[in-house]
Design a protein around this ligand. Sequence first.
Ligand SMILES: Nc1ncnc2c1ncn2[C@@H]1O[C@H](COP(=O)(O)OP(=O)(O)O)[C@@H](O)[C@H]1O
Ligand SMILES: [Mg+2]
Length: 232
Amino acid sequence: MSLLEVKSLNSFYSDSHILFDVDLRVEPHEVVALLGRNGAGKSTTMKSLMGLVRPRSGSIRFNGEEVSGRPAHVIARAGMQLVPEERRIFGSLDVEENLKLARLTASHSAPMDSIFATFPRLGERRRSRGADLSGGEQQMLAIARAMVRKPKLLLLDEPFEGLAPVIVRDLMSVCRELARAGQTILLVEQNLAATLALADRAYIINNGHIVHEGPTAEMKAKPELLQRHLGL
Ligand SMILES: Nc1ncnc2c1ncn2[C@@H]1O[C@H](COP(=O)(O)OP(=O)(O)O)[C@@H](O)[C@H]1O
Ligand SMILES: [Mg+2]
């Protein structure tokens, strides 16, 4: 059984039709990427899955349950966590307080030690205020905060955006480690090299339509495909 199976998903912002019959699936332990140009509908897809945008029609089966139309907190409790583009960590709280806050409302939570084992840099910075962290550390904290809640599916919306290449490398190795430990991930990225290195499979979305799906190994060998859909 797929962990996530989306069929004919249609989402709107008031009268603007944004997602058109989106189909996608994610198998347990897979890292799947959603690629597309700016404004293609990637974040809207993530928000629709998470219940932050209410889909107008279609089905979202998650872990064997229909979750389309359910509120975000119910979907979170079912085991989905979104790390949104805007990281929204608490600047006035320190690293450990940010993580503790995430545990308060979690039905399952990972011990702090295991979080710091995965994110050693955060362990070193545990007493630093969110506002004093670098962009890369803030992104790590946003991901760690989602991981505290032991998600079955982790949704990452442009985790590498705006970060220096050396930081991207660090963050990628964290993501790779999560994947190796069996974490299922749906990743939205504009950084094609990072995406192709991390993901097993990818979808390309264009103007709210899924226009291609396949293994990333296959996409790497077809630069014309990426050029056509992503304008690279
Ligand atoms: N809150 C909103 N209200 C109205 N339109 C929106 C809103 N958010 C995004 N859009 C529009 O929906 C389309 C898809 O946006 P989005 O999903 O954010 O794209 P992406 O994440 O792929 O860059 C764009 O045309 C964008 O302008
Ligand atoms: Mg976006």
